[in-house]
Design a binder for this molecule. Structure first.
Ligand SMILES: Cc1ncc(COP(=O)(O)O)c(C=O)c1O
Length: 443
């Protein structure tokens, strides 16, 4: 870091988002991880790297090329153009994404309602940019929430108001209260952001009955729901899958966000959105919200890399467009790791213990609550003195109140590394408990 007094610009003269903790969160966590490369990382939410092989990239590209030529009947010049040139703003694998949603999720959508994006992150930005029409607009989001959502909202000057999550994934009474409170203040809640399946960071899921109630509430309150579902395929052993909100959505209430980062590969940076809400354009024509979002995309990333889409498209084609089929090995490994983590916590913190944790029905994350505040300074000490990384839950709340909990991730590690990480975490917690414990408000 350059601390010399001479500067050319003041951060106060840049968009307020750049000085916001939400935008620094990922940088901070990456910086800690880079500084302590030998620490066991129960922080990283990235997929397990041993699942990837360079040869797969070539195979997927060739599969997609053959699909263009044989299934779509493209001549050599068309294949060339599709792979090498600038492309359609809404993407070139929208038909395959629609097939994937039909096969795996029983979601039926017109491919024209799909925009293929540069990761799910771009999908969030496009939706929030479009929904933020004026200064009265606000977004509701289940707290704790994914920091990428909060950061994207900051970039488009859209305030985020928390809705209580809790073990059921969403507190519907609080959602109704927050909608009404915002309206009473003259504000316009545009949507509520939810992760119904194995949320990041809480690991919580919304049950089927509550999903139906949530859709009813959204209809009654005339609210959109933004459903983000990067982890839905990774259910734990013995836990079934629950239909997505979008699969249950008969009234076009749900804008669905998808990511191929966890189910294909994050390096491709490919995600998508489904926005089938009908919008009347200035010229009177009616089309899907996806068309409006594509206008924004055309000014942000122009189009998602054709090569990256081809790799993802080839991976989809290789398994009849089923990512459930493509991820049988991955699902089993993540389920095994999650079980290993939860069992390991139970062994290290037997009852009665002031340390508590949830048992998610799937996904990458579990939350451990402790009787002392968990902040960035404690993470640094954990990395330096104990050799284990995790994520302070404070990063997922949009305020500065102390939080007595941390997020553990099982996706990038082996069971052996989980054991080592938990041993180190248990040593840290024991030492913290031996200091005078401080009661804190939120766990
Ligand atoms: C809840 C959630 N949404 C979105 C993303 C970002 O997905 P992508 O890598 O496709 O941009 C992540 C990544 O960790 C996530 O956890």
């Amino acid at each position: 870091m350059d601390l010399s007094p001479h500067t050319d610009l003041d951060v106060a003269d840049l968009h307020p988002a750049v000085g916001d903790p939400a935008l620094n969160s990922m940088n901070f966590l990456n910086e800690v991880a880079q500084r302590y490369p030998d620490a066991v990382s129960l922080a990283a939410g990235r997929p397990y790297e041993e699942f990837f092989a360079v040869a797969d990239l070539h195979r997927h590209l060739e599969t997609f090329r053959a699909y263009l030529a044989d299934d779509l009947g493209y001549g050599p010049a068309q294949v060339h153009r599709a792979l090498f040139q600038y492309g359609r703003t809404k993407g070139i694998i929208h038909d395959l994404v629609a097939r994937n949603l039909a096969v795996d999720e029983e979601i039926t959508v017109d491919p024209e309602s799909i925009v293929v994006t540069v990761g799910c992150q771009e999908a969030m930005l496009l939706v929030l940019r479009a929904l933020r029409a004026g200064p009265a607009d606000v977004l509701l989001a289940v707290a704790p929430t994914y920091v990428g959502l909060t950061g994207a909202a900051r970039l488009v000057d859209l305030p985020v108001r928390p809705v209580a999550g809790g073990p059921a994934g969403i507190d519907l009474a609080d959602l109704r209260a927050q909608v009404r409170r915002a309206r009473a203040e003259g504000l316009r809640p545009r949507a509520c952001y939810v992760m119904p399946d194995f949320a990041n960071p809480s690991g919580a899921s919304i049950g089927l009955a509550d999903r139906r109630r949530l859709l009813d509430l959204a209809a009654a309150e005339d609210l959109l729901l933004i459903e983000d579902n990067p982890y839905g395929l990774f259910h734990a052993d013995g836990a079934g899958r629950v239909p997505t909100l979008k699969a249950l959505d008969t009234g076009r209430r749900v804008v669905y966000l998808g990511s191929f980062a966890k189910t294909v590969l994050p390096g491709a940076r490919v995600g998508y959105l489904v926005a089938d809400q009908r919008v009347r354009d200035a010229d009177g024509t009616v089309g899907p919200l996806a068309d409006q979002l594509a206008k924004i995309k055309s000014m942000v990333t122009v189009n998602t890399s054709a090569i990256a889409q081809a790799v993802v498209g080839g991976a989809l084609l290789a398994h009849g467009c089923s990512l459930v089929a493509a991820n049988t090995r991955e699902r089993a490994a993540y389920a095994r790791n999650l079980r290993h983590l939860v069992d390991g916590l139970a062994r290290r913190f037997p009852d009665p213990s002031p340390v508590r944790w949830n048992v998610p029905a799937g996904g990458f994350f579990a939350v451990v609550s402790v009787p002392f505040p968990v902040d960035d300074a404690l993470l640094r000490r954990s990395a330096e003195d104990y050799g284990v990384l995790w994520t302070p839950m404070a990063h997922f709340y949009d305020d500065t109140a102390p939080v007595a909990a941390l997020r553990l991730s099982i996706s990038a590690v082996t069971p052996g590394q989980i054991d080592t990480g938990l041993d180190r975490l248990a040593a840290l917690i024991a030492d913290e408990l031996a200091r005078s414990p401080v009661p804190v408000a939120r766990g």
